[in-house]
Design a protein around this ligand. Sequence first.
Ligand code: ARG
Ligand code: ZN
Length: 858
Amino acid sequence: PVIRREDYLPPAWLVPEIALDFALGIDETRVVSKLKVVRNPDAAGATALRLHGDQIAALAVRVDGEAINDWRLEGPDLLVELPGAEHLVEVETQVNPAANSKLMGLYASNGMLCTQCEAEGFRRITFFPDRPDVLSTYSVRMTGDKATFPILLSNGNCTAQGEDADGAHWAEWHDPWPKPSYLFALVAGDLVANHSTFTTMSGREVDLNIWVRPGDEGRTQHAMDSLIASMKWDEQVFGREYDLDLFNIVAVSDFNMGAMENKGLNVFNTRYVLADPETATDGDYDAVEGVIGHEYFHNWSGNRITCRDWFQLSLKEGFTVLRDQLFSADMGSEAVKRIEDVRILRSAQFPEDSGPLAHPIRPDSYQEINNFYTATVYNKGAEVIRMMRTMAGPEWFRKGTDLYFERHDGEAATCEDFIKAIEDGAGLDLTQFRLWYSQAGTPLVSASLSHEGTTATVSLSQTVPVTPGQPDKKPMPIPLRIALFDRDSGTHAGEQLVVLDKASDSFVFEGFAKPPVLSINRGFSAPVSIDIERANEDLVFLAARDDDPFARYEAMQSLVVQHLVAAVGQGLGDAARAEARAAIGKAFAAILTDPALDDLMRGELMILPAESYLAEQMLVADPGAIHAEREALKTWLGREYADALTALHDRAVAVPYGRDAAARGARKIKNQALALIAAGNAQEGARRAYAQYRAADNMTDRQGALIVLASLDVPEREEALAEFHGRYEGNALVIDKWFSLQAGSFHPQVLANIRKLAEHPDFTMTNPNRVRALYMGAAMNPKAFHDASGEGYRLIGDLIRRLDPINPQTAARFVPSLGRWRRIESVRAAMMRAELEKIAAEPSLSRDVREQVTKSLG
Ligand code: ARG
Ligand code: ZN
């Protein structure tokens, strides 16, 4: 069944209050739910009360205290005809959390009980109008064995607790803020807290707890520091204050996604909470900070103002991603953060936008909403709001968000409400800009520069590609930050913002005796692809001199992309190859030694474009050729710049561990340099990697060395992998790394290694982190996934079929990799398609996988 945005109808009944009573047990939990229901004055007609359900049975239904039997089921939903305007409806259900392998609703993880209700998990706990525009005040009571569940948590504040005779205890929780059911949460288990406090700007003291399994509390301080920084930052930057006396975070090891913003009780995947230098890389530290911020910021963008329906998901997710990006930029390096965010967008969202699953940031229809928690809704959603901010300027944008928060506080709002508030508050006209919400596809902007006399003209044109269901596209407003550099002085007269809002347009600039060098889409001001023909010498110039750090990175990437696309596409003669390499080498050498660069930025500039991004530049890609050419370039760089790279590695090795930017930068270039040294000279690479591994006193160094060793066919490889496994036995997050780095390696036997790892006693299909470690590692590894034998496709196809009955949501996440077949050369494409067809032939597929596979086959 297809759900359509245009079919939205307000709910017939509202539920202002709900009281839930849980009798907790790992494999049997009883739930009594009491709903105060009132007819919605805004809904037309007298309709039955619809209570959604999913794989649950109603043990009893009572209306106004009387047991009734005339309720009926419609599919999974329970319908009750109610005569009057207000009633008390009670429903009893029973669930088995231990058997809940989908990890939606109430489930058991590591001996504790927890919930995940977004998007439609609440209906797996009890019958309820499980839609985000039904807001209720929640009172929760839970009873459970005290030894099994010493800690009992829910949303809001704990209002009472006590003991029963038989070793049981109970707690009552009340959340004063009305919320939709997807924000409900309950946690019960043996947990210990890192406790702290935060005083808000108006002087409210808030208790903060980060709850983890006993033994993990020593790895929670970074999460706590990040939480406190988030609370402070949201006050300072968005004027948003926390609104309860208590804020709890719980870390659980079995979780489908990153984390969940349940009101006052965030539930997190352990990987975004636990961090210490011995077990977490610098990247892990950043991810913890970013996700802690993200979930905290949802308290306003998501909870105080929620979504009217799930088509509006980007209202809370796009905005909250932007907020977490700005937060992380303020906490660290703005330049590096921007580059990382663009890299994620290009590697995850661009392929989505150009494939069979393309959808606008506000989709028009879906079959399974879990399939729409995508890079498009999240990351492109953030880019779209970032463009509004760029066009308005930060101060005016803030006036827009202030108005949004004020106007819609307490409501279930729409993307249109957000746009209108930004228009009214920030003083923008977003009439045409709204197309960014309805049109899918990454716009392609063609740019060229001409020069005559002293006039430089920038000519721009745009096309928005055809996407499934959207054959005709209109031009959109595309804000481009540009600068024109004088070649001799290496300076420009100031950056300009031009907005291309027609199919084509040109912009004239005066005062250039010679043709300037064009720097365009600086800071990645619009989420578009730019098609521009530029001489290598111009790109070398920008890579060395552009004062916009993103543009500098972009120039370096373009040099490499232009060369590799040409090499793969038409094959290059020796002279052309030598010329392109010389240009890349010149820019690369400047990056290695430029004293004005900090090492975090230097490390960023040293990263070569991903194979998936290179494939994206070609209509039909040959993954084997892309891999070979990219590896050949790495080898060349490693040999040609061996001295500079070893000098860089030596310098970085001498820097002691610290969490400051300089020490982190040193670790970043250390690992970048090591990888290139190994590409140029396997012996020297293995020697240095092994030494770095042995000497490591932190996970960034240890993992960086092991990643290099894992791709080499050398004896040190096995020894280091075994040492690593032994050292971290029992630490699930680190064992995940062990699986993931082997699955992601370029080792000649990588596919055989992956098959072996799937048989390893530490592997399990029921833990999403472990499944992703091994199989996302494989699906994202071009060498393994696109192996000419088709073995990589079979591996992922088999996985999807075996995982679907256990955890459909996680299984469905693997389909898009196979769904790329149309953009891959024909021999591989046929094998990818065959895997999709084999999945489609399964008799009882989940709605999640069915939707993705059907759309991918097209
Ligand atoms: N709202 C959560 C976040 O963005 C994600 C939860 C998604 N869960 C799901 N089952 N689709 O942080
Ligand atoms: Zn979110």
